[in-house]
Design a protein. Structure first.
Length: 136
């Protein structure tokens, strides 16, 4: 699994591939809910295992042309070549159903070339989903 720098390097290449193939490119921003509380309550080894579980779930869920990156403490981003906008919610739901931890996610169809703008929008969508799940 790549890091933030790997995401920044891979994004333009995947975007160009999507354009060449005439396929959509989707971006999903993932956040492991309550990692600090988990670390405080059960220890960092349990928190590390939760992060590994999310990383493994992203690998297992992904298709051959999908890639995932850990971009922060408990934040991940995945890029999905050929994934249509209407397919994003189902992919998010499948991952959430197969994890013992709560994960919030926000996804979007990549339109434009500015990765920072796309990440900010996906992050906003992730926080909206997180608030909706908590009933806020």
């Amino acid at each position: 699994m790549g890091n933030r720098r790997a995401l920044e390097e891979a994004f333009p290449l995947l975007l160009q591939e999507a354009r060449t193939l005439g396929e959509p490119l989707s971006l999903i921003y993932w956040d492991l809910n309550g990692l600090k509380a988990l670390n405080d309550r059960e220890g960092h080894a349990v928190g590390d295992q939760a992060l590994k579980s999310l990383a493994q779930a992203l690998r297992n869920l992904s298709r051959r042309r999908d890639v995932a990156f850990r971009i922060g403490g408990d934040e991940f981003v995945s890029l999905h070549l050929g994934l249509k906008a209407e397919e994003i919610p189902a992919l998010i739901a499948r991952l959430q159903e197969n994890l013992p931890y709560q994960v919030a996610a926000g996804g979007l169809l990549v339109e434009g070339e500015d990765l920072e703008v796309l990440l900010k929008e996906a992050d906003k969508r992730m926080y909206r989903a997180k608030r909706a799940r908590k009933g806020l």
